[in-house]
Design a protein around this ligand. Structure first.
Ligand code: NDP
Length: 337
């Protein structure tokens, strides 16, 4: 079996030596278990949090333990009456080629799924995050201006397209001209601003002539600084992530803008709310899945996958995710068939 384990905890940005590849015998399922073969491994920003032992909403991966992650897997051998060889499942077995499961946390996938990897993206956790964060916390109304951070990515791309379906004016933020062109031309956003361009704040203000009613926050840092003065009275801010800060080792240098933030929240009666998707909304997964499957089937929600071949390339791909080197939902194809 091939596995990638956490070798050491990063100090700042993760480096290849924080990971270690190892080979172990492929395990045999005991009674009540199945042996899973990983087809696709999802790489997601939350994994940076699991590499750290700082207090968070979920436990850290231990040193020497297999890195966590959601996978699409195929049953390779079964000692469980409910599963047959060849069944496709969504599992949480992490960065490894084979794994045993007692089947308790498995979700069955339709055997004829044309593209099973979608269960890790638009039809899975990132799509669900976009759907609940925007609709339940963002409360978009027709005519609102919605600004979406990390707009070309797994979550942001879906946020903006749902906001368009709801009749909003949608402005994306993305790194570089190629991602911005995709966001406007393929995803149908009204505008997209390159957050790395020197006149970013001015360009954002120009694109949001009527201010911002919903800011879908995934980034933090300089992006949030540019958004803050543009927020309208009664604006909503779903706080989904803060990827610009995941590698920080200390609070960023001043000036301290906390009172500017709280003053803005006060005088503009802004609602800013964090959420952790399955903890807060797990009970609404079916509603999401039914609606999103329809939107995808009807071509109303488009998606892009960034597929990397080979488990051994997962560490580099993950390091790149935190630097914006991915373009679309980042997935590792572990088994080619
Ligand atoms: P993406 O596919 O969007 O990939 C991450 C993107 O973040 C990069 O491509 C890059 O895009 C952008 N980025 C990275 N570093 C920076 C930076 N310093 N400044 C600005 N942008 C940066 O990832 P996901 O869609 O999977 O995740 C997006 C966000 O949603 C993350 O913050 C993640 O933690 C959060 N999330 C939260 C969940 C929850 O339950 N709360 C669940 C799932 C995701 P670009 O090149 O455009 O800058």
């Amino acid at each position: 079996n091939h596995q990638i384990v956490l070798n050491s905890r990063p100090n700042g940005a993760p480096t290849p030596d924080n990971f270690r590849a190892q080979s172990t015998p492929v395990p045999m399922p005991a009674s009540g278990q199945v042996l899973l073969r990983t087809l696709y491994l999802s790489l997601d920003p939350y994994m940076r949090g699991r590499m750290s032992d700082a207090a968070s909403y979920a436990a850290a991966v231990g040193i020497g333990e297999v890195m966590v992650g959601a996978v699409v897997a195929r049953v390779e051998a079964s000692q469980h009456p409910g599963y047959r060889v060849g069944d496709l499942v969504l599992a949480n077995t992490g960065w490894q080629k084979f794994a045993l499961s007692d089947t308790n946390d498995l979700i069955r996938l339709d055997a004829d799924l044309a593209q099973p990897s979608l269960a890790l993206g638009v039809l899975g956790m990132p799509g669900f995050t976009a759907y609940m964060g925007l609709l339940d916390i963002g409360q978009p109304k027709a005519g609102d201006t919605v600004v979406v951070a990390a707009a070309s990515g797994a979550v942001g791309s879906v946020v903006g397209q749902i906001a368009k379906i709801k009749g909003c004016r949608v402005v994306g933020l993305a790194g570089g001209a190629e991602k911005c062109a995709y966001v406007v031309n393929e995803l149908g956003f009204d505008a997209c601003i390159d957050h790395r361009s020197p006149d970013f704040a001015q360009a954002l203000a120009t694109a949001c002539a009527k201010g911002i009613d919903v800011y879908f926050e995934s980034v933090g840092g300089a992006v949030f600084d540019a958004v803050l003065p543009l927020l309208n009275t009664g604006a909503r801010i779903p706080v989904c992530g803060l990827i610009a800060h995941y590698n920080d080792t200390a609070l960023p240098p001043g000036p301290d803008r906390l009172s500017l933030l709280t003053r803005t929240l006060l005088i503009k009666r802004i609602k800013m709310q964090g959420f952790i998707i399955f903890d807060d909304y797990g009970h609404r997964y079916d509603e999401f899945f039914t609606q999103m499957s329809k939107w995808v089937a009807d071509g109303r929600i488009k998606f892009k996958e960034d597929i990397v071949d080979g488990l051994e390339n997962a560490p580099q791909a993950f390091i790149g995710l935190l630097e914006g080197r991915n373009f679309g939902k980042l997935i590792v194809r572990v088994t080619k068939d």
